[in-house]
Design a protein around this ligand. Structure first.
Ligand SMILES: C[S@@+](CC[C@H](N)C(=O)[O-])C[C@H]1O[C@@H](n2cnc3c(N)ncnc32)[C@H](O)[C@@H]1O
Length: 425
């Protein structure tokens, strides 16, 4: 446990200083090549868990400390240990003993080791009272930054608590069955025979009762299924593609929706993304599903003159970069890395991309604007502004289950997304 605590502490410390959790875990794997798969799994659980509940753990720590602790690593060690005490099955006194050993290993003297021991034992003794006190303030109660809670409360007075709670759950693992290769019922049977029960959500979306490694999924390498959240699986069908159409997937990587589009119809697809590394992942996904695409372009969607041949597209998927506030349970670091002012930056770049792509759409064509955000600045208000400035744009009604004005809020079945289908008149 000491090694896992140590690596988790280093990872959380880097993330709280501004690094991305996914990137930082890769750094940790490279720095500790001898870690077993089990240790990696434990480190991942600890790091994700601490960031998922950071608001609560931080509030507990403030209550437990008599004066501020300036050593960031020790503070992270306490956060990791509190998370273990509150959310893991590890025996409490083993967590405390290991935390003391980790503190010693990190260079902490006897005084520091004693402090770690005393704080964690105090938590064990006064757990109920401390948890109640921590929940008195919003950040301690919901484990989101205050500005985020305030914004959700304002924009969703009826459902903001459900959104905050859904954000702190473990994300579901959902599969999209490739209907070109196998029927949904047939694939479901394959899974259930292999001991993996699922729930059919909608269309081709099967939610696994328990997440599993992809190597366990029957036919994954042969392209029978793709891992994709059920909310994301709505995009391609909404775009209403038909054989022979010219289609642009404008912000395509890593290609979850690209492959779905190609499963639905034989279209002439242009795949665009401005990130070469991410675009390479689209290629891998296309290869696995044995799909051929002629135009894979690494360029900026905001500058069509650099990549567009001038022939209008019949359909455009604009899955624009956004705050990712609808998928924070998959990336809990985002809650603590984003700043409120970032929404203005995202909203400005979304506006530029949307305006640019509109010029490349044919008359009578459709553009689907998508974000995985829950904030109106990137969604409803963005579209209202676009419609105000574009007299040739008409918003088509979307009536999918669970959507209100195109907004899908995260819940136990799917992540949070926003969809708007625009028709060029
Ligand atoms: C939300 S992700 C897309 C997810 C993807 N559609 C899928 O379903 O797998 C947004 C993508 O937009 C790309 N991107 C950001 N700014 C861009 C720009 N100006 N032009 C083109 N792509 C951009 C990012 O690299 C990122 O891959």
């Amino acid at each position: 446990m000491i090694k896992t605590q140590q690596v988790a502490v280093a990872t959380v410390d880097k993330v709280l200083a501004g690094a991305s959790l996914t990137a930082e875990l890769q750094v940790s794997w490279r720095a500790n090549p001898a870690l077993s798969n089990q240790q990696r799994g434990a480190i991942q659980d600890l790091s994700y868990g601490v960031l998922r509940f950071y608001g609560q753990l931080d509030a507990l720590l403030k209550l437990l400390l008599k004066k501020p602790l300036y050593d960031k690593r020790l503070r992270c060690l306490l956060l990791v240990s509190l998370y273990q005490l509150q959310y893991s099955k590890a025996p409490p006194y083993a967590v405390v003993d290991h935390a003391v050993s980790t503190a010693r290993f990190m260079g902490g003297n006897k005084g520091i080791q004693g402090l770690i021991n005393a704080i964690l034992r105090n938590f064990i003794r006064q757990r109920t009272t401390l948890l109640e006190q921590a929940a008195l303030d919003d950040e301690g109660r919901y484990s989101h930054p205050q500005w985020w809670i305030d914004k959700l409360r304002l924009q969703y007075p009826q459902s903001y608590q459900a959104v905050l709670e859904a954000d702190n759950q473990h994300p579901p693992m959902t599969l999209r069955v490739n209907r070109r290769q196998i029927g949904v019922d047939e694939y479901r049977e394959l899974l259930e025979t292999a001991g993996m029960p699922v729930q059919l959500l909608w269309n081709n979306a099967l939610k696994l009762r328990q997440p599993v490694g992809v190597e366990k999924l029957p036919g994954f390498a042969d392209g029978l299924v793709t891992i994709q959240d059920a909310g994301a699986q709505l995009a391609a069908p909404l775009l209403d593609v038909h054989d022979g159409m010219r289609v642009l997937d404008a912000c395509a990587a890593p290609g979850g929706k690209t492959t779905h589009l190609m499963e639905l119809a034989q279209v002439a697809l242009t795949v665009l993304d401005n990130d070469a590394e991410r675009l390479a992942r689209v290629e891998q996904n296309l290869d696995r599903l044995k799909i051929k695409v002629n135009h894979l372009i690494c360029d900026d969607a905001a500058y069509p003159s650099q990549w567009w041949d001038g022939k209008p597209f019949d359909r455009i998927l604009a899955d624009v970069p956004c705050s990712a506030s609808g998928v924070v349970r998959r990336h809990p670091d985002i809650k603590w890395l984003r700043r409120e002012r970032d929404l203005l930056k995202f909203s400005a770049s979304q506006q530029v991309i949307l305006n640019a792509l509109w010029q490349t759409l044919s008359k009578g064509g459709k553009l689907l604007y998508v974000t995985c955000s829950v904030f109106a600045e990137e969604n409803r208000w963005q579209v209202e502004d676009f419609l105000y400035h574009h007299s040739d744009a008409r918003q088509l009604p979307l009536t999918q289950v669970g959507m209100i004005d195109g907004q899908l809020l995260p819940d136990s079945q799917h992540d949070g997304f926003f969809y708007t289908l625009l028709h060029k008149t």
